[in-house]
Design a protein around this ligand. Structure first.
Ligand SMILES: [Mg+2]
Length: 261
């Protein structure tokens, strides 16, 4: 059993350590993680700069790139065989609802999915930055990793796990919920009198809809959401087809020809 562990909080994060320690009970764990915090980096891939991978211990690599780089480089370059599983986390802070599109933790699992390796992303959904007891989340990661390996995931699918702080009441399979973002930009002045701005500083809310990741975690359940990479809104396809783009294109052509004459 070969498990690749990564994260977006950086290789020195206690969440990564707790996860790697627990997964070691299942097999060989190779950590390939960013050499510094890269939270909210999304699915960024470094294509225009060299990457370094420094061996910082046995089966432990610090990569000078993003979580996606770490998974890509790990699978294609550093490991001699394809891993059986990629686990990303344990992130400090939740990754639910629309936040998933920003998450480096989730993107690392996406990258593994693109490479045909089963993956799960796991986050500790604590609002408090002081709360850093990852032990329960690490134990849950191990349980879910075993389930993934036992049952296999549907094609192009990975799972996103959010663990509430404290002792969870159980596990719920959920759908992606809806964030309510505060439209707040903090503007201030630097010591040289120039304006600077801070985005994402406002209070975050969420729609407390039953069946969602937010609802589960808010009720002290572990949330397990199956995700896939196809972002198509299938329900909207027919509606867009009714817009009849082609006659519009012909109109544009006619107008263009008219202009030339
Ligand atoms: Mg993070």
């Amino acid at each position: 059993m070969l498990i690749l562990v990564t994260n977006d909080d950086g290789i020195d994060s206690p969440g990564l350590q707790a996860l790697a320690d627990q997964l070691q009970l299942m097999g060989r764990v190779v950590v390939v993680a960013p050499d510094r915090e890269r939270s909210a980096i999304g699915h960024a891939l470094t294509l225009h700069a060299p990457l370094r991978a420094n061996a910082v211990g046995e089966d432990r690599w610090a990569v000078s790139g993003t979580p996606t780089d770490a998974v890509n480089l790990g699978i294609h370059g550093l490991l001699k065989q394809k891993p059986d599983l990629v686990v990303s986390g344990i992130n400090k802070g939740s990754n639910m609802g629309d936040d998933l599109t920003y998450s480096g933790t989730v993107a690392a699992a996406m990258e593994a999915t693109l490479m045909g390796v089963p993956a799960l992303a796991i986050s500790l959904a604590s609002e408090s930055f002081q709360y850093d007891d990852f032990s329960e989340a690490a134990r849950i990661a191990c349980t879910l990793a075993k389930s993934v390996l036992e049952h296999g995931l549907p094609a192009d699918t990975f799972i996103n796990v959010n663990v509430p702080a404290g002792a969870p009441r159980g596990i719920r399979v959920t759908r992606q919920g809806k964030r309510v973002y505060a439209d707040a930009v903090v503007q201030n002045q630097d010591p040289r009198g120039r304006s600077y701005y801070w985005i994402g500083a406002g209070e975050l809310g969420f729609q407390n809809l039953e069946g969602t990741d937010f609802h589960a975690v808010n009720n002290d359940f572990v949330s397990v959401t199956p995700l896939h990479l196809d972002l198509t809104n299938y329900a909207a396809i027919d509606r867009l087809r009714q817009w009849q783009f082609e006659p519009m294109l012909n109109d544009t052509k006619d107008n263009g020809a008219g202009d030339d004459q």
